[in-house]
Every structure is written in structure tokens, then in C-alpha cells.
Design a protein around this ligand. Structure first.
Ligand SMILES: Cc1cc2nc3c(=O)[nH]c(=O)nc-3n(C[C@H](O)[C@H](O)[C@H](O)COP(=O)(O)OP(=O)(O)OC[C@H]3O[C@@H](n4cnc5c(N)ncnc54)[C@H](O)[C@@H]3O)c2cc1C
Ligand SMILES: *[C@@H]1O[C@H](CO)[C@@H](O)[C@H](O)[C@H]1NC(C)=O
Ligand SMILES: *[C@@H]1O[C@H](CO)[C@@H](O)[C@H](O)[C@H]1NC(C)=O
Ligand SMILES: *[C@@H]1O[C@H](CO)[C@@H](O)[C@H](O)[C@H]1NC(C)=O
Ligand SMILES: *[C@@H]1O[C@H](CO)[C@@H](O)[C@H](O)[C@H]1NC(C)=O
Ligand SMILES: *[C@@H]1O[C@H](CO)[C@@H](O)[C@H](O)[C@H]1NC(C)=O
Length: 453
């Protein structure tokens, strides 16, 4: 009898141990103090979790902070931010705000980059997040050793390495950090300047020059609006079908690239253009150089697997990710942050690893029906509202209202319909399902930023 009851207790203990992740005296390590790292800090603090944020730069705010350095900063640390001058958000701020922490009502819906940065700093101040953020801590390795994580970082001032032990790890190192540069024949003989949009800082650099812009994603279209009227010639190679606005006479649309020559570029239709500079707006890859096989994950530039809800490392559920999802509003990162903090605080329990893997495999299986490939495994895109619903259903976190997905869907189409003027409108969320939108007169409205910092 004694034996049986103690083994029952033992089994019970094991099951509690595998589902309830929260431990007394635990330590949670967060990588990165951009929007995502700040979002999770706020909830961890609110839920009384013991945590430290490791941030490589000397600043909070991630990509929203403009840095004039290219490549590496004055301390030889990689410049992770991709911000450039005169940027305005390409999505209404209402889809980017942290839950329960809106911009002042009078702020424009498409604020400038510096205004969004100010908003992030006001968030840090409001929730007093600085005490748990350790800057100048460049994470180099995260390893699973003896049932816990060991995180090694370089202190970038003294250049010493330190290893700390973490019961939970939250990876929030940014999605737009590692430039994706396609290879083209002849690029090595091309004698002009070549950069990726990650390193683009301001239009003035290209005044009166002949510039080739490659790609028509968010960056490509935004740089076209910045450069068409300042360059001597702006050659834009892309294959996006959209309502091309009336750019200046200096603008030339071209198809995809065949290759480069010493002075210029040859396109797939056989036409040729001479250019001085090339800017590749060809997107980014996931970048997690600090993970090794002990994480149990398959990590590549294009996808990360297997993750439960695109958040939890199924092999080691005490590791989670914020921002490994594609084609979603920034508010998704806030919902993921609340989900993770709720988990660590013991507010809900994950399914067993077997069950998470089974659900994940069903997700992969459904990709085939949708004629998608494994590289789409982290894409939420059109299922965004269902994703919010699922996170709420599983973790009991605040339900992000469907109206934000409606605004996102409208903006995604409208931006391509009215590229030069879509930001001259303001939005107001009326309730969970309705919003209104009106023309705001444009002009100096863009510069308004009613935030005290
Ligand atoms: C130019 C640009 C414009 C954008 N505009 C919009 C927009 O208009 N609307 C919108 O919704 N979204 C936009 N985005 C998306 C944007 O990425 C999100 O809004 C949000 O900033 C993501 O925050 P994050 O914290 O996940 O990443 P990041 O802001 O990139 O922050 C990551 C942080 O991690 C740190 N870090 C990286 N590696 C390490 C390491 N090894 N050790 C320690 N720290 C590390 C970095 O220093 C950085 O502070 C834009 C992105 C870019 C690049
Ligand atoms: C918080 O974590 C740190 C780092 O592991 C540890 O030194 C400290 O004792 C922890 N504090 C509490 C209250 O658990
Ligand atoms: C710290 O770690 C980095 C990355 O692993 C390594 O390149 C560097 O030499 C280390 N520095 C010291 C002082 O050990
Ligand atoms: C390459 O361009 C530089 C100016 O940027 C010029 O001085 C040089 O002669 C050019 N080289 C060749 C091989 O054309
Ligand atoms: C170029 O056009 C953009 C967008 O239409 C505008 O904001 C900018 O002021 C113009 N710049 C110049 C130099 O005319
Ligand atoms: C939401 O959950 C259901 C049920 O598990 C699943 O079939 C669906 O794929 C999920 N959708 C998203 C976007 O996560």
C-alpha cells in the first residue's frame, strides 16, 4: 500500500512539474529591449516574475531608434536598427499600440519614426521598466544544460563574457535585423555603391544620382516615395501589381534583374540602365545565431520549428519567442508577450509536449491543403483574428478586438491603392468592431507628436 501511494504521489508530482512551468525563485531571461521585449517586461513585472532583459545596444526601442552608424556602432557592435530619416509608420498606430496604453487621442494615425520611439520611451517610463533592463549585454549563446538555460553575453564596454542561469528564456531579438541579399550575376564587377535598405539612412545621399531600387515590399515602396523626386533617375525593379502613383518624371519602372555590368544593370526584358547606386529592398531573414542544437529547434533564416502557437519551443517549453510570425500587426507581439508572461506566472498550463506536437503537425498538414510550403509554417497573415482568438482561448489573455484586424486589412489594400496619400487620414476605433477614418488635411499634421518624454 505504501509503495503504491507514494508512486501515485510521484506521478502526480511529475505531471505538475511538466505542465506548471512556474517555479519559486525562478529567473526569466529576455533577449532584446525593442517593442517585443518591452511588451513582455511590462507583463512580467505586473505578474511579479523575477526577470532580466539583456539588450545589446545602450538603448531601448530596437528598430525605432535611428542610428547614424552603418554596419557597426562606435563600439564595434552590430547596428540592429533599420530606421531611416523621414520614416512614418505604414500602418495606423492603433494597430501598433500596447494593450491599454494608447497614444494620446490627438496623435496622428501615422506618426513619424521619432514619434513612435518617443511612445516606446514613454511606455518604459510609465511602467518603470528600466531597472530590469541590462543594456550593453550582447547575447552570444543560449544553451540547454542540466535542465536549465545558460545564457552567455558579452558586456560590450569591458568586453568580458558572463554566463547567467535562466529557468525561462524569452527571445525578442527582432525580425528585421538580418538583411536578405539575393545573388545576381555580375554584381561583383559592378562599380557603383551597393547597399541593403537596412543600411539606408536618408534620401539626401542620393541627390542627383542614378539609383536602382530593387523590390516593392514595405521598404521598396517607401524608399520609392522618398527618392523619386530627389534622384537624377530612379530605376525601380519589381514585379508587384499595384496602383502605381504618379511619381516624378525621373522614375522608371523595370522588371526583374538579369544581371549587372560594370556601369549598370540588365533586366529580364533585355533593357539596360546605367546606375551609380543600388539599394536592395529585398527583405530580412530570421537570425538566431545564439541558438545551438541543444534548443531542439530547427532554426533557419526562413522558418523556425516546431513552435506551439508560433511562440513556444515544443522541445523545451521554457523557451519562447516573440515576433516569429509573418504578416501581422505589431499588436500581435503584445498579445504574444501577455501569453508568455501568463505562462511563466503560472496563470495557465500548456498542453503536454505530445499534444502540442500533434497540434503542430496538424497545422503543417493543413499547409499542404492551402498549397503552402514549410517556409510558410510561421505565417499567420489572413488568419490573424483567429490567432488572437486562439491565444485568448488557450491562455485567457485579453482578446485583441477584431476591429484592429479590419483596420489592418483596409490599410494593406489602401496603401497599394493610394501610396502617396494614404497617410493623410486619421482613424478612430469606435468599439470592438467599428472604426472611422477621415482626411486630416495632410501637411504639418504628419509632424504632430503630443507625447511628453
Ligand atoms: C524600417 C522599419 C519600419 C517599420 N515600420 C513598421 C510600421 O510602420 N508598422 C508596424 O506595425 N511595424 C513596422 N515595423 C516592424 C517592427 O519591426 C515592429 O514594429 C517592432 O519594432 C518589432 O519589435 P521587436 O522588439 O520585435 O524587434 P526590434 O525592434 O528589432 O528589437 C530587437 C532588439 O533586440 C536587440 N538584440 C538583437 N540581437 C540581440 C542579441 N544577440 N543580444 C541582445 N540584444 C539583441 C536589438 O538591439 C533590439 O533592441 C517596421 C520595421 C522596420 C525595420
Ligand atoms: C532573481 O533572479 C536572480 C538571478 O538568477 C537571483 O539572483 C535572485 O535571487 C532572484 N530573486 C528572487 C526573488 O527569486
Ligand atoms: C566572448 O565571447 C565571444 C563570442 O563567443 C568571443 O568571440 C570572445 O572572444 C569572448 N571574449 C572573451 C574576453 O572571452
Ligand atoms: C570605379 O568608380 C570610381 C569612382 O567611383 C572610378 O574612379 C574608377 O575609375 C572606376 N573603376 C572602373 C574600373 O571603372
Ligand atoms: C518628394 O516627395 C515626397 C513624397 O511625395 C515628399 O514628401 C517630399 O517632400 C518630396 N521631396 C522633394 C525634395 O520635393
Ligand atoms: C486556431 O486553433 C484551431 C484549433 O486548434 C486551429 O485549427 C487553427 O489553425 C488555429 N488558427 C490559428 C491562426 O492559429
Amino acid at each position: 500500500m505504501y509503495l503504491i501511494s507514494s508512486s501515485c504521489l510521484f506521478i502526480l508530482y511529475l505531471c505538475l512539474g511538466c505542465n506548471a512551468l512556474s517555479l519559486p525563485n525562478s529567473h526569466t531571461c529576455v533577449v532584446g529591449a525593442g517593442y517585443s521585449g518591452l511588451a513582455v517586461s511590462r507583463y512580467l513585472k505586473e505578474f511579479g516574475v523575477n526577470y532580466t532583459v539583456f539588450e545589446a545596444s545602450r538603448y531601448v526601442g530596437g528598430t525605432w531608434r535611428f542610428d547614424p552608424h552603418v554596419g557597426v556602432d562606435e563600439y564595434g557592435i552590430p547596428v540592429f536598427t533599420s530606421m531611416y530619416k523621414y520614416l512614418r509608420t505604414n500602418t495606423p498606430r492603433q494597430t501598433m499600440e500596447f494593450g491599454g496604453f494608447p497614444f494620446p487621442d490627438s496623435a496622428p494615425s501615422y506618426p513619424t519614426g521619432p514619434c513612435f520611439y518617443k511612445y516606446l520611451k514613454s511606455f518604459v517610463k510609465h511602467f518603470d521598466l528600466m531597472p530590469n533592463i541590462q543594456v550593453r549585454s550582447f547575447v552570444q549563446a543560449i544553451r540547454w544544460i542540466d535542465q536549465h538555460w545558460e545564457l552567455t553575453y558579452t558586456q560590450t564596454e569591458e568586453r568580458n563574457n558572463y554566463t547567467v542561469s535562466c529557468d525561462f528564456v524569452v527571445i525578442a531579438n527582432g525580425q528585421y535585423v538580418r538583411p536578405l541579399l539575393p545573388k545576381f550575376p555580375g554584381l561583383d564587377v559592378f562599380n557603383g555603391s551597393v547597399i541593403h535598405s537596412h543600411d539606408y539612412k536618408e534620401p539626401e545621399t542620393y541627390k542627383d544620382r542614378r539609383v536602382l531600387l530593387v523590390g516593392a515590399g514595405s521598404s521598396g515602396l517607401d524608399l520609392a516615395t522618398q527618392l523619386h523626386n530627389i534622384t537624377n533617375k530612379l530605376v525601380h525593379s519589381h514585379h508587384l501589381v499595384y496602383n502605381q502613383p504618379k511619381f516624378s518624371d525621373h522614375y522608371v519602372k523595370k522588371p526583374d534583374i538579369k544581371g549587372f555590368t560594370k556601369n549598370g544593370v540588365v533586366f529580364k526584358d533585355g533593357t539596360v540602365e546605367e546606375v551609380d547606386d543600388v539599394i536592395f529592398c529585398t527583405g530580412y531573414e530570421y537570425y538566431h545565431p545564439f541558438l545551438d542544437e541543444s534548443s531542439g529547434l530547427t532554426v533557419s533564416g526562413k522558418f523556425i520549428l516546431p513552435l506551439h502557437q508560433n511562440i513556444i519551443n515544443i522541445r523545451h517549453p521554457s523557451m519562447s519567442f516573440i515576433g516569429v510570425v509573418n504578416k501581422v500587426i505589431t499588436r500581435v507581439m503584445d498579445a504574444q508577450a501577455e501569453y508568455i508572461a501568463s505562462l511563466i506566472a503560472g496563470k495557465f498550463k500548456l498542453p503536454s509536449q505530445e499534444e502540442m506536437l500533434r497540434m503542430w503537425l496538424a497545422h503543417v498538414y493543413r499547409l499542404q491543403y492551402k498549397r503552402k510550403k514549410i517556409i510558410d509554417v510561421n505565417t499567420v497573415g489572413p488568419d490573424q483574428d483567429q490567432y488572437f482568438a486562439n491565444l485568448t482561448m488557450e491562455a485567457g489573455i485579453a482578446r485583441v478586438p477584431p476591429v484592429l484586424t479590419d483596420i489592418r486589412d483596409f490599410n494593406a489594400v489602401n496603401r497599394l491603392e493610394d501610396l502617396l496619400n494614404y497617410r493623410d487620414y486619421d482613424y478612430e476605433v469606435l468599439d470592438s468592431y467599428n472604426y472611422k477614418r477621415w482626411h486630416n488635411g495632410g501637411g504639418s499634421r504628419a509632424e504632430e507628436c503630443p507625447i511628453d518624454a
